[in-house]
Design a protein around this ligand. Sequence first.
Ligand code: FES
Length: 106
Amino acid sequence: MPEITYVVPDGTSHVVDVPVGQSVMDGSVRNNLPGIVAECGGSCSCATCHVHVDEQFAASFGEITDEERDLLEYAEDVCDRSRLSCQLVVTAGCDGARVTVPDSNG
Ligand code: FES
């Protein structure tokens, strides 16, 4: 199962096995990690699942959609590595990926 590392707002790292087909948001919520609130439950309408994806893993996930890009305008601490973690579907190629939950989510 792909391992995803989450760096949460208190600075600690958590390595989680996330099944292929689940989202990076699912992996966080199912393991009760702090930071990713996921208010809308993954339907790309709340932006409380915002993360920064480490550059070398950005291409491991699907392309950003216009809907996701529009919603990110409402998030804080947005950068060019910003994604909504509910839209990051885990594949075998995501093994070892690292995402950082911005402080503003904490
Ligand atoms: S969980 Fe709401 S946009 Fe991702």
